[in-house]
Design a protein around this ligand. Structure first.
Ligand code: ACO
Length: 284
């Protein structure tokens, strides 16, 4: 177990993001439970530092993002992110938007697979990092809401885009106009998360998923997660071309991996790709 050096503190010296690395899984937490893990500018800055420190570490293969206490994240901090920045003027507003959107973008294209483990409240701006994570698992007890409409703004900061990406048109419209919450089970039914399960079983399931990912070829994982995000906006022909080039680029990082995968199946007959991953420890 180890922690990135001073990753989650800043000049105030409080840790708004906690990190624990166990067996190649980085367990990253929004760590502001008394404020329901809402995202202040300081939290956003600390999160970027944490992502910077974790992204290329050899002892990290998967990142899990969860929240301390009863919330995953109650969205943007209405006091520190909105009111206090608005009082400082446009420069401060744009600056804090860059910090928040910056780490969400960083998460979307993170080098390693990422999993949102939604343990509780998830509101508004929280949909940015939710979508930033490649996979998402929620507690059935969790509550999801685009509550912006309840305090008088549109779901900005990407939240509207996330709703349209992940939900049907009718559901996105209802969800954002009504300001009603849905629980984890409904979030899974709607496609906002992959699965919902009782809170008591959430971590074990996420850990099992992470372990499966850790056994796969990391170059192929990064190429695949990027491809899934990119092809959504491409025509079929453009996607076909992009995928040829993406695989050829991946080969330049790891030309032996896929050859070993073929060899263990065709020559050694030690595994079947339809039923699991090849043994990477045997790759020379
Ligand atoms: N911004 C600022 N402070 C917040 C936020 C927030 N988004 N969420 C919670 N807090 C603070 C509360 O003001 C309170 O502070 P205090 O202890 O100094 O009074 C503390 O966190 C605890 O919050 P409670 O409301 O007492 O917690 P409770 O468990 O009863 O309710 C809930 C949790 C439902 C999440 C509630 O806090 C809430 O509605 N928060 C706002 C959710 C929201 O709409 N977020 C904005 C989405 S829009 C966007 O992100 C752009």
């Amino acid at each position: 177990m180890s922690t990135p050096s001073a990753a989650a503190t800043d000049s105030d010296n409080s840790t708004l993001v906690s990190v624990e690395i166990r067996d190649r899984i980085a367990w990253v937490k929004f760590n502001r439970p008394d404020k329901r893990n809402c995202m202040s500018p300081r939290l956003n800055r600390q999160m970027m530092v944490v992502l910077d420190e974790l992204e290329y570490r050899n002892d990290v293969g998967v990142l899990v993002l969860s929240g301390a206490g009863t919330a995953w994240s109650a969205g943007m901090d209405l006091k520190e992110y909105f009111r206090e920045n608005e009082a400082k003027g446009l420069g401060a507003i744009r600056g804090s938007q860059r910090e928040a959107y910056g780490w969400w973008r960083r998460l979307r294209w993170f080098q390693k697979p990422t999993i949102a483990m939604v343990n509780g409240w998830c509101f508004g701006g929280g949909y940015g990092p939710l979508f930033g994570c490649d996979l998402a698992f929620a507690a059935e007890e969790a509550q999801f809401g685009l509550s912006e409409i309840n305090w008088g703004i549109l779901p900005g900061g990407g939240a509207t885009k996330v709703a349209r990406e992940l939900l049907s048109f009718r559901r996105a419209m209802y969800h954002s106009l009504m300001g009603e919450n849905i629980d984890g089970r409904t979030a899974a039914e709607w496609g906002l998360v992959n699965e919902a399960l009782p809170l008591a079983k959430l971590q074990a399931r996420v850990e099992a998923v992470a372990r499966t990912l850790l056994a796969k070829n990391p170059v192929a994982l990064k190429a695949t997660k990027d491809a899934i995000r990119r092809v959504g906006e491409m025509t079929y022909d453009n996607a076909e071309d992009y995928l040829i080039r993406a695989q050829e680029a991946a080969n330049s990082f790891d030309n032996e991996g896929r050859k070993e995968g073929i060899r263990q199946f065709i020559d050694d007959k030690t595994y079947k790709p339809g039923l699991g991953a090849y043994d990477r420890s045997r790759q020379t």
